[in-house]
Design a protein around this ligand. Sequence first.
Ligand code: DOR
Ligand code: ZN
Length: 346
Amino acid sequence: MTRELTIPRPDDWHLHLRDGAMLQAVLPETARHFGRAIIMPNLVPPVVTGDQAAAYRDRILAALPDGMAFEPLMTLYLTEDTDPEDVAAAHASGLVKAVKLYPAGATTNSASGVRDFDKVRPVLEKMAEIGLPLCTHGEVTDHDIDIFDREAVFIDRVLDPIRKATPGLRVVMEHITTKNAAEYVASQDKDLGATITTHHLIINRNHILVGGIKPHYYCLPVAKREEHRLALRAAATSGDVRYFLGTDSAPHTDPNKESACGCAGCFTATNTMSLLAHVFEEEGALDKLAGFASEHGPAFYGLPVNAEAMTLTKGDAPVAFPEKIETGDGPVTVFDPGFDVYWSAE
Ligand code: DOR
Ligand code: ZN
């Protein structure tokens, strides 16, 4: 039985760090294990311009504790007013690694997102020309579409038409939650990648709703039925380079989660690598973890694999993760997988 696994230091290709006191508290949870992360721009107000992304990167680096090494990979929040030339300049300077598409109203702080996709056509064309990837929150927001169907409908109505109309545009389908999305990725060429979160490999919709509502399992896109979770596990452990880790670790304080109108997001930064080792071992695929967490993402983004290593060790006793981390804004509950985990990460 494998008790020890060494992989290149992993990266997180989809992460929410927030700002201010929350940033200060959650950043070390990621930087302890991950070399780099694609930083989501859905702050209030959102990170729209190259100048705003540069200022946000400086705030992240200022919040990094002494002695920790971590590289934030910045993104721009796509709006209907985004200037293609500003995007191109932010890319050319090396600052920005992707542009994030939120359909307006799809999730936390997405009000400035896109309503009319024709309005962002010049930006998408510029991105295809310069090779800058588009990261998508892949859900339609139409009120008549059931929330469990919103990802599959997005692929047909929005994503596939955009990709056909913009040849060469590189796209990351972020936090995929359905068999439909996994199959769509597998059917396309290497211009299309997908991130998969830790929690979507662990929970299905029953975990959220059976036996009382569990607000800390609520995120967007919402977890689907079991067949979809199994399809995500198959994709993540397949060794296919198009699937890679993006935790979507999304901290909200407990009062904001445990509320009559609770926020979407699972906070997994603290225990993601232990949970992934558990999942990949269950799937008989520990040899595929390095690809998923450390190699496929850099390949998609054209970056080197981290030179440092991480060792995962399986002990005899369950690892005790903190139930919460304290932040200046209030406590944030760490994702509880609902089972004992024996893998620790150094
Ligand atoms: O669950 C989520 N939380 N999904 C998102 O798309 C946004 C995120 C957040 O910012 O809290
Ligand atoms: Zn997210």
